[in-house]
Design a binder for this molecule. Structure first.
Ligand code: GRF
Length: 200
């Protein structure tokens, strides 16, 4: 059985949605591990409630991003992880980590990339006044919010919609799209051809 690790820094709603999808047999793999870089993050509470192994790695104990990532990589190798899923992980991965886990790390971004990269994508899209935004699941490469796109979904910003309603709609779509993308990867239906992803 393939093994998935989730890396998160915050609330962990995507982490929980993925664990629940796995337990509904939405895909054929086990979420065996949560790695978190924030001691008090709510994703760790969710991990305890869901009985998923949770490891906190304190960035304060590492002099550089590279040494922190090396510690994460060591755990992922020791735990024989097949797929690394970033879910609100607020760290930029070092090139050495990307190389070591090439095409094995995926991320979710709350906008239709390449629009609205960065940490406040939903707010930025709302503020810009776009009528359509959404969610992107992509492989992670050396650049931030970049890399071959696996799935995208759209959310319409309707007249009178508040930012809170938009956030809720984006997150709802994330919780559906991320397990779908994981399912496709695990079923070996995803092929990367240069920048493009072909889905069988
Ligand atoms: C999500 O909106 C995700 O797209 C972004 O960070 C947020 C994480 O939310 N990368 P949660 O911690 O999964 O609730």
């Amino acid at each position: 059985m393939k093994k998935i690790a989730i890396l998160a820094s915050g609330s962990g709603s995507n982490f929980e949605a993925i664990v629940k999808a796995q337990r509904r047999n939405a895909f054929n793999a086990l979420v065996t591990l949560l790695i978190c870089d924030k001691e008090g993050a709510f994703c760790r509470t969710r991990a305890r409630r869901l009985r998923v192994k949770d490891i906190f790695i304190d960035p304060k104990n590492y002099p550089s991003r590279e040494s922190f990532d090396a510690a994460v990589g060591k755990i992922l190798k020791a735990e024989k992880i097949d797929l690394v899923v970033l879910a609100g992980y607020m760290r930029i991965l070092s090139p050495a980590f990307i190389r070591a886990f090439r095409n094995k790390v995926i991320n979710i971004h709350p906008a239709i990339l390449p629009a609205f990269k960065g940490g406040k994508a939903i707010k930025d899209a709302f503020g810009y006044g776009v009528k359509l935004t959404g969610v992107t699941v992509h492989f992670v490469d050396e650049q931030v919010d970049h890399g071959p796109i696996i799935l995208q979904g759209a959310v319409a910003i309707k007249r009178g919609m508040t930012i809170e309603k938009l956030e809720a709609a984006v997150h709802k779509l994330e919780h559906k799209l991320y397990p779908e993308a994981i399912k496709l990867i695990l079923a070996d239906k995803v092929r990367i051809k240069g920048r493009n992803v072909q889905i069988k």
